[in-house]
Structure formats: C-alpha cells, structure tokens
Design a protein around this ligand. Sequence first.
Ligand code: 5GP
Ligand code: ZN
Length: 120
Amino acid sequence: MSTHDPNCIFCKIVAGQIPSRKVYEDEDILAFHDIQPWAPVHFLLVPKRHIASMAQVGPDDAALMGRLMTLIPRLAAEQGCNPYPEGGFRIVCNTGVEGGQEVHHLHVHVMGGPRPWSRG
Ligand code: 5GP
Ligand code: ZN
C-alpha cells in the first residue's frame, strides 16, 4: 500500500534517507519535529504513503485520517503542550500554493507550548 515519490522530501524522511527527530511512528503514520519550529512544541504528522495534500483526500482515507487526527491530543501532551483550556495547541494543514503549502506531501502541523511563540 505504500507509495514513495523519490523527489519528495517527506517521503525521504519516511524512508530514513533524510534524518528527522521522530515523535511517533506506526505502520501508516510518522510524526517528527519541524526543522524550523514556530512554537516550543512543533511537530508534523504525515501519512507514510505519499498523498500530495488534503486536496487529494477522499472517503478511502477516512480511517487513516481519523487515526492521524486522533493521535494529536496524546502526542501533543507527550511533547509538552499544556492541558486544555489554559494550554492547548494549534493544528494547521496548509493545502496548495494559495493555502501556503511548501512541502507537497500531506502533513498536519501541531504547535503548542507557552507563549510567546517565534511565529503565529
Ligand atoms: P508547509 O508550509 O508545507 O505547511 O510546511 C512545511 C514544513 O516542513 C515547514 O514548517 C518546514 O520547516 C518543514 N520542513 C521542511 N523541510 C524539512 C526537513 O527536511 N525536516 C523537517 N523536520 N522539517 C522540514
Ligand atoms: Zn511524499
């Protein structure tokens, strides 16, 4: 089931060809720290399979995306996001050029931790 785009930086991270600081991994999903964090906690969740963006997601991806999203509270807490409601976190999924997406392999940003943040 895994597709790999040899020109995709996140496929290379999934394959271990580019190193990353891993947060979580299972058969279908990888989470790793963003190389240029905006916040004290800033990691990315990606499907291991190359999906270019949220614009390509459909009904067949419901289980994968459901698992990816429902991992977020647990991983955010493990990585140091403070508890809701005083703490919390921000989820961002830039989609397409006008959506601000720079890496065209679907990823969800999770940002949190004490303010101020360097951006956002
Ligand atoms: P986008 O603008 O596509 O939503 O965000 C892409 C994110 O990927 C950026 O926050 C950027 O810092 C991060 N990023 C780009 N290249 C690498 C890399 O090689 N390693 C890691 N860990 N993060 C990266
Ligand atoms: Zn990819």
